[in-house]
Design a protein around this ligand. Structure first.
Ligand code: GLN
Length: 484
């Protein structure tokens, strides 16, 4: 197994036993990037010099006999909507094309403390709005399993980088599925933690009541390692939960006997590709075989998740994105007349089509005459969706279904039809509306493309999710498959 395809836990063991150095790992990953990045285009910015120097400092610490934290020397990619001090943070938008943050996002501080090696900033749909990574203002990222296809989105760069060995771990953000869906399309593990589990300080806001940062990894153990580093209370984020984070690796046990798993029929019904359903059915059999009790259940308001999400998220986005006005930082239109003209031209030229669509939808839904009919109504639906989950979790420890109704689609296929693009999120949106945690793990292939299995848990039930995901992984080999 080449170094760049090893897991973080394998690399850590090799580092501790002095089989390899952190610098060798980092160089192996950058060589891999040189090999494949032309075809994949996962990165907006690479930070090679910084990466090599932080790898060297890990090697120095090791030589001095210091104990290495688990992620020391491990190459990590970061979605380009998290602030990196001194390193351009664009959100894949023209409006931030030259923005260099003066501070680090909380998750970057934590990665630095853990001595992880930051490889670079990955591509996304502009401001994380999209499901295919095609809405980037710079370029589209390709799926390593078939480069004519999308890697999913919005964290498509992070997912593709981990899938193809351009990073060992990565961070993404998930507002309506942006970690889980690309993880599913690229055949890697991706997790959205409970809302409030990871600090959003320094994450560029899209829809603040839904946004959550989470890990991409090649296996469940690595996912737990990265969670251990990024989860935890942060007074700088007022929505961060005052919660004692457990050691997530303590949940990595194979025994799931008598665990109760519900399969909501809404996630296995109309609109789900039969080939995807087939893979999920086989996964259900694996769980039954391991002694879990798997039963059908219902989340009756599921069909309203999409309309509610596509009102709430754009409403919040329209407010959050009001700050990009060309005054203090980012793109500013040249030759504008007066101030109002400058605002208008800057925003017209700086934002892409999908972002403008969301700002208009959101502004409309929040306007005085329509607030009750749209935004308020959507909030009420959100409460019903949360209540569906609460009811289901009275009986079940976990809920299971596909992550995405389809496998990776062709680039360009859905770009002219926003509604078709939004429909790709039908299995992921409700989780964000309810604020609960969920993971996507590789569950098999359909037509030579990866299919993700989604496990959803109670608020702060990451432990149950990891346990069940780990048990599945130990008893299957889907996570070992690599793209050609
Ligand atoms: N595809 C969804 C959207 O465009 C979700 C994106 C996300 O999770 N950031 O809003």
């Amino acid at each position: 197994m080449p170094l760049y395809y090893s897991t973080a836990h394998q690399l850590h063991d090799m580092l501790v036993s002095k089989e390899i150095s952190a610098e060798e790992i980092t160089r192996a990953v950058f060589n891999r990037i040189e090999q494949v990045e032309d075809k994949i285009r996962a990165y907006i910015t690479l930070t090679k010099d910084q990466a090599i120097s932080s790898a060297r400092s890990v090697d120095k610490a090791r030589a001095a006999g210091e104990e290495l934290p688990l992620l020391a020397g491990i190459p990590v990619a970061v979605k380009d909507n998290m602030c990196t001090q001194g390193v351009r943070t664009t959100c894949a938008s023209k409006i931030l094309y030259n923005y260099i943050p003066p501070y680090n996002a909380a998750v970057l501080e934590r990665l630095n403390e853990a001595r992880a090696v930051i490889i670079g900033k990955t591509n996304l749909d502009e401001f994380a709005m999209g499901s295919s990574c095609e809405n980037s203002a710079f370029f589209a990222t390709c799926n390593p399993w078939d480069t004519d296809r999308v890697p999913g989105g919005s964290s498509g760069g992070s997912a593709a980088a981990v899938a193809v060995g351009e990073a060992v771990l990565a961070l993404g953000s998930d507002t309506g599925g942006s970690i889980r869906q690309p993880a599913s399309f690229c055949g890697v593990v991706g997790m959205k933690p409970t809302y409030g589990a990871v600090s959003r300080y320094g994450l560029v806001a899209y829809a603040s009541s839904l946004d959550q940062i989470g890990p991409f990894a090649r296996d469940v153990t690595d996912c737990a390692w990265l969670l251990n580093v990024i989860c935890g209370h942060d007074p700088k984020d007022s929505t961060s939960a005052p919660y004692d984070t457990p050691d997530y690796t303590s949940f990595l046990k194979e025994d799931i006997k008598s665990m109760k798993i519900g399969v909501p029929r809404e996630y296995m019904g109309e609109g789900i590709d039969p080939a995807v359903k087939e893979v999920i059915r086989k996964a259900i059999n694996v769980y039954s075989g391991l002694g879990a009790v798997v039963e059908e259940t219902t989340l009756p308001h599921t069909e309203y998740a999409l309309p509610a999400y596509y009102l709430i998220a754009p409403a919040e986005a329209s407010s959050n994105l009001a700050r990009y006005d060309g005054v203090r930082y980012g793109y500013r239109a040249e030759n504008a007349g007066d101030l109002a003209d400058m605002f208008m031209q800057t925003r017209s030229e700086g934002f892409g089509a999908e972002v403008k669509r969301r700002i208009m939808l959101g502004t409309y839904a929040l306007s005085a005459g329509y607030y009750d009919a749209y935004y308020n109504q959507a909030l009420k639906v959100r409460t019903l969706i949360k209540a569906d989950f609460d009811r289901a979790f009275e009986k079940f420890d976990l809920l299971l279904g596909p992550t995405s109704p389809v496998t990776a689609f062709k680039r360009g296929e859905k770009m002219d039809d926003p509604l078709q693009m939004y429909m790709v999120d039908i299995c992921t949106l409700a989780v964000n509306l309810a604020g609960i945690p969920a993971i996507s793990i590789p569950a098999g292939m359909a037509d030579k493309l990866p299919v993700g299995l989604q496990l959803m848990g109670r608020p702060f039930g990451e432990g149950d999710i990891l346990r069940a995901a780990y048990a599945f992984e130990q008893n299957t080999d889907h996570h070992c498959k690599l793209p050609e």
